[in-house]
Design a protein around this ligand. Structure first.
Ligand SMILES: [Ca+2]
Length: 356
């Protein structure tokens, strides 16, 4: 141990500096993408930052979007829109950033936002959804978690590979989700012989972990690292970390909720995700995976709209969308990390050697 207080303080400062270098804090760049605070911020300002590529969803019927309070709020206390066709049903509202953000080579990219959600008529313990297999006519039942019934969602999306990372925040629970959408959804014109085609062997939608939450607002963030791992934080606490992004969780032996199995080995995406887009919105996720995929008609399930809409809904607000890019730790950071390690080993040796 260092006995001189001045030397100890100096060593402390040096260690903090080395740590900052080693963890990349010295070079991390955080930008506020949208905090809805600019004087005169209007729906037109919102539309310049956010696009609705899949339409306005619930907002087609009653546009409750409001940016007058320094955040983005949306009220849909009773969902009205529903389709008995997979992903069309999921989007009660989605907006995606008009800007996309590069994943630094060898570094990481973090999206963060503050989310408040009030859920109506959801069942925190799960709701049984009834349907039938389209091909056989046999009955289908499954338990939908609260966030699947109604969720305020922040998405991190790579439109190129179809890889998504989502936070679903609901009434008294929230969950993390990882999925790779098939080309039949993202790019139906793509030929199955194209190397970029995502078929049933590469697609997956998996809920990682559900947690109990108190009343919001909650700070949700997702960090994707170019090395192929993703971490989800809520209010600064790590909730989920998944390595080998692109490989379904059940295929890589990761802990997961087990809601949706995968039907192939997946594809490791380390180094293959180059830019990501931020999304936010209101979702349901009541379907049976693989969501009426043309290659598995035997697994396609029909869930009547009367089962999809049971009076559930959600009011939500979003604020402080930030983007943090951390470049690859350079040789200085690696050197600093090495010095730090050597220093700590030396200190530990001294401590063990010291007489008691
Ligand atoms: Ca704000």
């Amino acid at each position: 141990m260092i006995s001189n207080p001045k030397r100890r303080a100096r060593a402390g400062r040096r260690i903090a500096w080395l740590l900052a270098l080693a963890t990349g804090q010295a070079t991390a760049a955080t930008t506020v993408y949208d905090s809805f605070d600019t004087p005169g911020y209007s729906l037109a300002s919102y539309n310049a930052k956010w696009a609705n590529p899949y339409g306005l969803g619930e907002m087609t019927l009653a546009d409750t979007r409001d940016v007058s309070a320094g955040n983005f709020s949306i009220k849909a206390p009773v969902f009205q829109t529903g389709f008995d066709f997979s992903v069309y049903d999921h989007l009660k509202y989605i907006a995606t950033s008009t800007q996309s953000f590069a994943v630094p080579t060898g570094g990481s990219l973090t999206f963060s936002s503050t989310i408040s959600a009030t859920a109506y008529n959801t069942q925190a313990t799960g709701r049984t959804i009834h349907g039938s297999y389209i091909q056989s006519g046999l009955p289908y039942t499954a338990t939908a978690m609260e966030g699947q019934q109604a969720g305020a969602v922040m998405n991190m999306i790579d439109f190129s590979t179809g890889q998504l990372f989502d936070w679903f925040v609901s009434g008294s629970t929230a969950f993390t989700l990882i999925e790779r959408l098939p080309s039949s959804v993202t790019n139906p014109a793509l030929s199955p012989s194209d190397p970029n085609y995502v078929g049933i062997d590469k697609m997956y939608t998996q809920i990682i972990k559900q947690i109990d939450i108190g009343p919001g607002p909650h700070v949700a963030s997702i960090t994707y690292s170019d090395a192929g791992s993703v971490s989800y934080f809520l209010d600064g606490t790590l909730v989920s970390q998944i390595d080998n992004v692109g490989i379904p969780l059940d295929k890589q032996g990761a802990n997961w909720s087990g809601v949706y199995p995968s039907y192939g080995p997946g594809e490791a995406l380390s180094g293959k995700i180059h830019s990501m887009t931020i999304g936010h919105g209101l979702f349901t996720l009541l379907d049976a995976f693989p969501f009426q995929h043309p290659d598995r008609p035997d697994l396609a399930v029909s869930i009547p709209v009367s089962e999809r809409l049971f009076g559930q809904g959600m009011d939500a607000s979003f604020d402080n969308f930030t983007v943090t890019a951390v470049p690859e730790p350079g040789s200085w950071a690696l050197l600093a990390g090495g010095l730090l390690l050597v220093g700590s080993i030396a200190r530990r040796r001294r401590r063990f050697a010291a007489p008691t």
